[in-house]
Design a protein around this ligand. Structure first.
Ligand code: MLT
Length: 293
């Protein structure tokens, strides 16, 4: 089996993959390397386009080491009989923990306080925040990540409501709210866990934000396109929202106007970036390769 790894992977994972087949790691000319490859492994950096795979007659498998497969042209793969797989469960815990971290940090003004102190300011009286216990966490998208987040947040004393643009999925922790407007009105914190699809892109926009509480806090660790950037900017700037925590952006690396705002916190798409998640992703990738070998 000739396996091409196009993006960075943990060294231990690369070594384990080398035991399954011959590996070309981050080849300079990816398109050429795919000429006689059996499998291609990508993370989010490589875009698997029609053009990239047009010359290969041998490629049978593309593995996205991660959850979102929006960097892969699935139709082009299908046309060429190439199977597309991902590692859906591996990073759920890492993302859920990041959401909890930025939620508490945002509601308690941790980042703001840090910047102030680094600039010599001791402004204790303007840093009064909110507790998460007793608050309602609204989770949009109740799949692996959403439901794992629900369990953890429930354990910390939060009430959980869930909304899904796809068929209803629920459990004993999350109360499914069918009406989106009611969901928006009830949530103190809203966390997004949906892929970027025609019915989710821009679902957090001027109209939906208008229905939220003025003290609502939005967290996005899914895909940047779900939020209308201009609407979020206006709402956070004008006190319509308490603030937001963003890990994903429509264009990455992000350098847009939201960076001006003190009540928005930023991380550079690190939801899945834990040692444990990367190891689990590696294990899932290896299991898929073994299954196909
Ligand atoms: C994913 O889809 O797996 C996450 O967004 C993480 C990533 O792409 O790095």
């Amino acid at each position: 089996m000739l396996i091409v790894i196009a993006d960075n992977m943990e060294e231990s994972v690369v070594l384990a993959i080398q035991e399954i087949g011959q590996v070309k790691y981050k080849p300079e000319d990816l398109k050429q390397a795919l000429g006689d490859a059996d499998a291609l492994i990508v993370r989010s950096a490589t875009k698997v386009t029609k053009d990239l795979i047009e010359n290969t007659e041998t490629l049978k498998l593309v593995i996205r080491a991660g959850v979102g497969i929006d960097n892969i042209d699935k139709d082009a793969c299908k046309e060429k009989g190439i199977e597309v797989r991902n590692t859906p469960g591996a990073s759920a815990n890492a993302v859920a923990e990041l959401v909890l971290g930025v939620m508490i940090s945002g509601l308690r003004n941790v980042q703001k306080a840090q910047w102030q102190m680094k600039n010599g300011k001791w402004d204790k009286k303007h840093l009064t925040g909110y507790e998460i216990s007793g608050k309602t966490l609204g989770i949009i998208g109740y799949g692996r990540i959403g439901s794992m987040l629900a369990k953890k947040a429930h354990g910390l004393g939060m009430k959980i409501i869930a909304f899904s643009p796809h068929p209803r999925i629920s459990d004993e922790i999350g109360e499914y709210v069918e009406d989106f407007d009611q969901f928006l009105q009830r949530a103190d914190v809203i966390s997004l866990h949906v892929p970027a699809l025609p019915n989710t892109i821009g679902m957090i926009n001027k109209e939906s934000i208008a229905k939220m509480k003025d003290t609502a806090y939005i967290i996005n660790t899914s895909r940047g396109e779900i939020i209308d950037e201009g609407a979020l900017y206006e709402a956070c700037k004008n006190g319509k929202l308490l603030g937001a925590a963003l890990d994903v952006y429509p264009n990455e690396p992000y350098s847009g106007k939201l960076l001006e705002l003190d009540n928005v916190s930023f991380t550079p798409h690190i939801g899945a970036a834990t040692k444990e998640a990367q190891n689990r992703i590696g294990e899932e990738v290896i299991a898929i390769l073994k299954e196909k070998n």
